[in-house]
Design a protein around this ligand. Structure first.
Ligand code: IMP
Length: 422
């Protein structure tokens, strides 16, 4: 495998955590390349539940190097709490490496995330209010505080002074640079041992033939450049960003595994053509336990959208697809799948509209596939297999893994006999 990217193919929450968890077992490095505490993985290990926002889930295996790359944004207080929690529960955090170039989420970022959502009123994005957008905005404006800044108290204080000269003009409660620097000291001491040149480490690992997993957060349709702007996150979840977010060349990436649910969910605002209108939405939500890991919000639920998925396969250069939560569809006698969009001028397309107005007004054209109405175990009933094959032929892409249940073991991989065509 040497370098494999795992990328969300929809609006996030595709079940990447489980696929990463599975592939992490045979990886040496597990690296996050973008995003911050807006993402969340819940991992159940030997009956114990771990909720991770910053630290890659590979940490739970021990013996892996887990990287938080330069493309990530980090809430230092939250990261320290996550590390303490892991250690209190007997998990070693020794393998963690944090890029000195990653940016820090500061109290003013969290405050302004909520304030701007309030200001937008009806036009709000529905962010996770974790300060993600404002932190990335300051990074681009060159006002950001980076992880490496905490290594030097003098530099940190200067950076705080520069940033606060600007931020205090709009903050309800102005912050004092010295105060903040003092408060950061404990965090700095706790995080210092983990800070490393992660670009160099990953390069060395690849040269040594080690297996590196590059894990994206959120999903393709939340990508700042290629997603459903402005209802997007403020970083680039797409696979190409794995190279910039970690600091390796794109030629070092060998494969890109897209992860999509067998249906679609979305949290937050924004257009969603296949959103279910009617009682089936609640049914999917209930069966799929579709509530946000980070915010607890109800997720909006819809039928599988192959137009959007073909787009995701294209912009990520996917080499295979993992289709998760197929078992949730076992309850339905018939399953609609969107194969085309009808546009306002009456025309139909199977390409994702490049113009926002077309996408906002796109109506799904469905094909209805027969359901299987039986629980899935390690053998797929013929109708479930046909569902998977339908997806494969629409995407011209192999479905290499299928999620058939909530626990870690419930994944059928391509090489299993249950999956073979007969
Ligand atoms: P932000 O990333 O908090 O700025 O939120 C921007 C948009 O991305 C909102 O619609 C969020 O609901 C969505 N979002 C951010 N992180 C996730 C995630 O991990 N899963 C699903 N949606 C997310």
């Amino acid at each position: 495998m040497p370098a494999t990217v795992i990328v969300g193919a929809q609006w996030g929450d595709e079940g990447k955590g489980k696929i990463v968890d599975l592939l992490a077992q045979s990886s040496d490095f597990v690296c996050r390349y973008q995003g911050g505490p807006n993402a969340g993985h819940t991992i159940v290990r030997h009956g114990e539940t771990f909720k991770l926002h910053h630290v890659p889930s590979g940490i739970l295996y021990g013996g892996k190097i887990c990287v938080v790359g330069a493309g990530c944004v980090i809430d230092p207080g939250l990261l320290v709490r996550e590390l303490n929690d892991l250690e209190e529960r007997g998990i070693s955090t020794e393998g963690l490496r944090i890029s000195g170039n990653a940016h820090l989420i500061m109290p003013w970022h969290v405050a302004s995330d909520s304030a701007s959502e309030r200001r937008l009123g009806k036009l709000q994005i529905g962010t996770t209010r974790r300060g993600i957008g404002p932190a990335y905005a300051d990074k681009a404006a060159r006002l950001g505080i980076r992880v490496q800044d905490i290594l030097d108290a003098k530099i940190l204080r200067q950076k705080f002074e520069t940033a606060l000269a600007e931020k205090n003009r709009v903050l309800d409660e102005p912050l004092e640079a010295g105060d903040l620097a003092d408060r950061m000291e404990t965090c700095a001491a706790r995080l210092r041992p983990y800070i490393a040149d992660t670009s160099l480490l990953v390069d060395q690992a690849l040269r040594a033939g080690e297996r590196v997993l590059l894990e994206g957060a959120q999903g393709t349709l939340l990508d700042l450049d290629h997603g459903t702007y402005p209802f997007v996150t403020s970083s680039n979840p797409v696979a190409g960003a794995a190279a910039t977010g970690i600091g390796i060349g794109p030629t070092r990436i060998d494969s890109v595994v897209g992860v999509a649910k067998a249906y679609v969910t979305r949290v937050g605002e924004g257009p969603f053509p296949t959103e279910i209108d009617g009682p089936d939405e609640a049914r999917v939500r209930e069966l799929g336990e579709e509530y946000g890991t980070t915010t607890g919000r109800e997720r909006r639920c819809g039928w599988l959208d192959l137009v959007a998925l073909r787009f995701a396969a294209r912009v990520n250069g996917m080499t295979s697809l993992a289709l998760t939560k197929l078992d949730v569809l076992s309850a339905f006698a018939e399953i609609p799948v969107c194969t085309r969009y009808r546009l306002p001028d009456g025309s139909e397309t199977d390409e994702f509209p490049a113009h926002q107005s077309d996408f906002h007004h796109a109506r799904p054209v469905y094909e209805t596939l027969p359901g299987w109405r039986e629980p899935l175990d390690d053998r797929l009933p013929p109708a479930a297999r046909s569902y998977v094959e339908f997806v494969e032929s629409a995407l011209e892409l192999e479905v290499s893994m299928i999620g058939t249940g909530a626990d870690r073991e419930s994944v059928i991989t391509r090489d299993q006999p249950a999956y073979s065509r007969s």
